[in-house]
Design a protein around this ligand. Structure first.
Ligand code: IDP
Ligand code: MG
Length: 162
């Protein structure tokens, strides 16, 4: 897959609390409207081994068991979103980790109540995005396509004259 200059890929999860609360569409529509491009999506369960790899940086922290308990309690929707500065765009759309601190207008600030439940995950760097995409998706599960509106979002150079 060849990404444009400055393009990044990020793993987004609608977490089990978001799936159970019927918020899958709510998350997807907010990312679509930013102009990001969806490259892969699936409903799946996370087992203990995958949870440990996904959250390796948090092993040993006081909330780790609670976090893994949440992430394995019900299905998640795993997605790959790509675009220029995709990581930062997703992080700002999600809002701060703790719903109490997340600004209104963000997913967590509008829809979250209390940790560890905060509706959504997004990779925290482009490097981590590549790792996490590889944890959740095989290459053949990702689709390489062009958005018809990319010229109008700034994602694809100058738009055609109309
Ligand atoms: P992030 O999801 O915004 O990147 P991280 O610090 O990477 O936040 O934490 C991963 C996840 O662990 C959070 O999204 C949340 O579900 C959970 N978590 C983080 N800090 C706490 C806490 O203090 N108590 C309970 N759960 C937490
Ligand atoms: Mg994180």
């Amino acid at each position: 897959m060849v990404l444009g200059v400055g393009w990044e890929r990020t793993l987004v999860l609608v977490k089990p609390d978001g799936v159970q609360r019927g918020l899958i569409g709510e998350v997807v529509v907010r990312l679509e409207r930013r102009g990001l491009r969806l490259a892969g999506i699936k409903l799946m369960r996370i087992d203990g081994a995958l949870a440990e790899r996904q959250y390796a940086e948090h092993v040993g922290k006081p909330f780790y068991a609670e976090l893994v308990g949440l992430m394995t309690a019900a299905p998640v929707v795993a997605m790959v979103w790509e675009g220029p500065s995709a990581v930062a765009l997703v992080r700002s759309t999600m809002g701060a980790t703790d719903p109490v601190a997340a600004a209104p207008g963000t997913i967590r600030g509008d829809l979250g109540l209390a940790l560890p439940a905060n509706v959504v995950h997004g990779s925290d760097s482009a490097e981590r995005g590549e790792v996490e995409v590889g944890l959740f998706f095989r290459a053949e599960e990702l689709v390489d396509w062009r958005g018809a509106l990319d010229g109008w979002t700034g994602a694809g150079g100058v738009p055609p004259r109309s």
